[in-house]
Write a protein that binds this ligand. Structure first.
Ligand code: HEM
Length: 128
């Protein structure tokens, strides 16, 4: 039986992001970025990402930073290529589909694909 429901709360987004990063940390293509290139303080980083998705999915404007700038800086020290965006998106989609189902899942996929596509275009002048 399929018991998945849609994303409904900040708690749901926390679960989504924690599960996503568990996968990211194991991924052969992008884990190095999060563990060695930018050794992240996860207790600081995860609430920021949760704020970001709460702003988009639950329409609560809690994220006030500039997510693009962070990735430009990252791109300067470690160029982000198609393979990195492909891995990021495929892990994000898989985590969304494993845990939830519904219109907000589809919105999260669309927004992440659009943002990743924009990052890819601005960094590499090619489309994803
Ligand atoms: C190749 C794909 C990606 C990689 C390797 C990546 C990596 C990272 C890293 C290492 C940071 C932390 C930077 C720092 O604190 O210095 C970060 C922050 C962040 N990323 Fe990504 N990212 C990717 C794609 C995306 C996409 C597609 C989105 C949005 C849909 C996204 C949203 C964010 C947000 C919201 C932050 C927090 C920014 C802040 O500090 O306010 N990332 N990312």
């Amino acid at each position: 039986m399929d018991t998945r429901r849609d994303i409904e709360s900040r708690l749901d987004i926390e679960s989504l992001i924690t599960n996503f990063y568990d996968e990211v940390k194991r991924d052969p293509v992008i884990s190095i970025i999060f563990t060695e290139i930018v050794p992240l303080d996860w207790d600081h980083h995860i609430p920021l990402i949760v704020d970001f998705w709460e702003t988009i999915l639950l329409d609560k404007p809690v994220y006030k930073r500039n997510a693009m700038d962070v990735h430009y800086k990252l791109n300067n020290i470690y160029p982000l290529k198609k393979e990195h965006f492909d891995s990021w998106l495929s892990l994000f989609y898989a985590t969304l589909d494993r845990l939830f189902k519904g219109p907000l899942v589809e919105l999260a996929k669309k927004r992440s694909r659009d943002i990743a596509g924009l990052m890819m275009y601005k960094m590499n002048n090619t489309i994803l």
